[in-house]
Write a protein that binds this ligand. Structure first.
Ligand code: GCO
Ligand code: MG
Length: 409
C-alpha cells in the first residue's frame, strides 16, 4: 500500500490544531495530530516543506521504518517540533494500518488490558466556594479523579484557574493559550503559593473525604528544595500525584525532591523522547510519565518510553488538555487501553466547534474513557468545517516576578 498524498491541515475551531491526513493508493486515509501549542506553524512547515515530499510513494505499512527514517535521516534529532512532526506521520500510519486490518487500533497494540480508562478532570476556583462547586460539577459529569488548582492570595493570575468562570458545562475550563498578538503576562510568587496550597488541600479533604483521588499541577515553577517542601507539606492529604514540581530539563533535580517526600511525582508533558526520561525512570525518581502521543514521536515513540517505564513500576499519566487534538487524544486512548502499566489519563472536553471538525467515537461513561470500536483511531475530519476556521495567532502566557524578572510559566 503506497502513500499517494499527505495534506497538512491547519484549523482553529475553538483553538489551533495541526492535522496530517495521509492518503494511500488503496483509498485508505489516516489522521495524525501535529499540534504544538503556540508554535503550530513551525510543525506545519516542518511537515509541509520537509516531510510530505519524503512520504509520497513510501509503503504505508512500514511504520517503524518511517519512524526511524524521519528520526535519523534529519540528522538533527529530538526537539518538540521534530518529534511532533514525526508523531503526526506515525499516528496517521497506525490509523491506516488499523483501518486496513478492519480493527480498532488498540487491537493491533496487543488488545485491551482493561475495560475502560480512568480519567481525571480539572477543577479550579478563585476561592474555596468556587473550587468546591467546580469539584462537584466535575463529579456530576462523571469524573472520579480530580485535579485541584486554586487562586493564591497575592497573585493575580494563576495557571489552571480561569480569571472569570464562563457559563454552562464548560464554566470552569481553563484554556491557557490566548488569541492575542503577544503572549499575556502573568505574575508569580512562589512563597505565597507554598504558604497557601496545603490549606486548600486540607479544606478539600475535609469536604470531600479521604477516598477521591486528588491531583495537583505545580507547572514547573519551583526549585528542587521548594518542590521538596511542597511535596512534604501535602503528604497528609494523600495526593494521587504532584505534577511538574520543577522544570525537569535537569533530571537530577527530582533526586533531591524524592529524598524528601513520598508524594507521588508526575513529569514530562514538555519532554519529547525517551532520553528526557533516562535518569528519571532508571533511578525511579518519578511515578508517572506525563507525555502525550503527539509530542513524543507518536505511538511508536511513546510506547518505547512506556515499555522502559514498566520495568521500573513507573506508570502512564498521559497529557490530555485540549491542545491535544481529538486525533491525538484518540491515539492516547488506544495506547492507554493496550499497555499494562496504565496509571490515569488527563481529559478535558473539546469545544463544540472542535467536535464539528473532528467526529470522534470515544465514550466517557462512569468516569471511564474508551476509544470505541471503529476501525483505526475512530476519528474522521470534516475538511469543509476545518477550512471554515482558519489559523489564528495564539500564545501561551508567560510569568514575571514582582521585580520584573521573567519566571518559568
Ligand atoms: C496540563 C498542562 C497544560 C499545559 C498546556 C500547554 O497539565 O494539562 O500543564 O495545561 O499548560 O498543555 O500547552
Ligand atoms: Mg501539566
Amino acid at each position: 500500500m503506497r502513500i499517494t498524498a499527505a495534506d497538512v491541515i491547519v484549523s482553529s475551531p475553538d483553538r489551533n490544531f495541526v492535522t496530517l491526513q495521509i492518503t494511500t493508493d488503496e483509498g485508505i486515509t489516516g489522521l495524525g495530530d501535529g499540534t504544538l501549542n503556540g508554535r503550530e506553524l513551525a510543525v506545519a512547515s516542518y511537515l509541509q516543506d520537509h516531510v510530505v515530499p519524503l512520504l509520497i510513494g513510501r509503503d504505508a505499512h512500514r511504520i517503524e521504518d518511517a519512524w526511524q527514517f524521519l528520526y535519523r535521516s534529519a540528522y538533527w534529532r529530538r526537539g518538540p517540533v521534530t518529534m511532533t512532526a514525526i508523531a503526526a506521520v506515525d499516528v496517521a500510519l497506525w490509523d491506516i494500518k488499523a483501518k486496513a486490518a478492519g480493527m480498532p487500533l488498540y487491537q493491533l497494540l496487543g488488545g485491551a488490558s482493561r475495560d475502560g480508562i480512568m480519567a481525571y478532570g480539572h477543577a479550579s476556583g478563585r476561592d474555596l466556594e468556587e473550587l468546591f462547586d467546580s469539584i462537584r460539577h466535575h463529579q456530576e459529569a462523571g469524573f472520579r479523579s480530580i485535579r485541584v488548582q486554586t487562586s493564591v492570595p497575592g497573585i493575580d493570575a494563576v495557571y489552571g484557574v480561569p480569571s472569570q468562570p464562563g457559563a454552562g458545562e464548560k464554566r470552569y475550563d481553563y484554556e491557557p493559550a490566548q488569541r492575542t498578538a503577544l503572549p499575556v503576562e502573568e505574575d508569580w510568587d512562589t512563597a505565597a503559593y507554598l504558604r497557601h496550597i496545603p490549606s486548600v488541600f486540607e479544606a478539600v479533604r475535609s469536604e470531600f473525604g479521604a477516598e477521591v483521588p486528588l491531583l495537583h499541577d505545580g507547572h514547573h515553577r519551583m526549585t528542587p528544595i521548594q518542590a521538596a517542601r511542597l511535596g512534604k507539606s501535602l503528604e497528609p492529604y494523600d495526593l494521587f500525584w504532584l505534577e511538574d514540581c520543577t522544570p525537569a530539563e535537569n533530571q537530577e533535580a527530582l533526586r533531591l525532591v524524592r529524598q524528601h517526600t513520598t508524594t507521588p511525582l508526575a513529569i514530562g508533558e514538555v519532554f519529547n523522547s525517551v532520553w528526557d526520561y533516562q535518569t528519571l525512570i532508571r533511578e525511579q525518581l518519578i511515578d508517572y510519565v506525563r507525555s502525550s502521543v503527539t509530542h513524543t514521536g507518536g505511538i511508536s515513540g511513546l510506547r518505547k518510553i512506556l515499555d522502559f517505564a514498566a520495568q521500573y513500576q513507573v506508570k502512564s499519566g498521559l497529557h490530555g488538555p485540549t491542545d491535544i487534538s481529538p486525533v491525538g487524544m484518540a491515539a492516547s486512548l488506544h495506547l492507554d487501553l493496550a499497555i499494562h502499566n496504565f496509571g490515569i489519563q488527563e481529559y478535558m472536553h473539546h469545544g463544540s466547534l472542535t467536535n464539528e471538525v473532528f467526529r470522534q467515537s470515544l465514550t466517557f461513561e462512569d468516569g471511564l474513557l474508551h476509544p470505541g470500536e471503529q476501525p483505526g483511531l475512530g476519528v474522521e475530519i470534516d475538511l469543509a468545517a476545518a477550512a471554515a476556521h482558519p489559523y489564528q495567532p495564539a500564545y501561551l502566557p508567560f510569568n514575571r516576578l514582582r521585580d520584573g524578572t521573567v519566571h518559568d510559566w
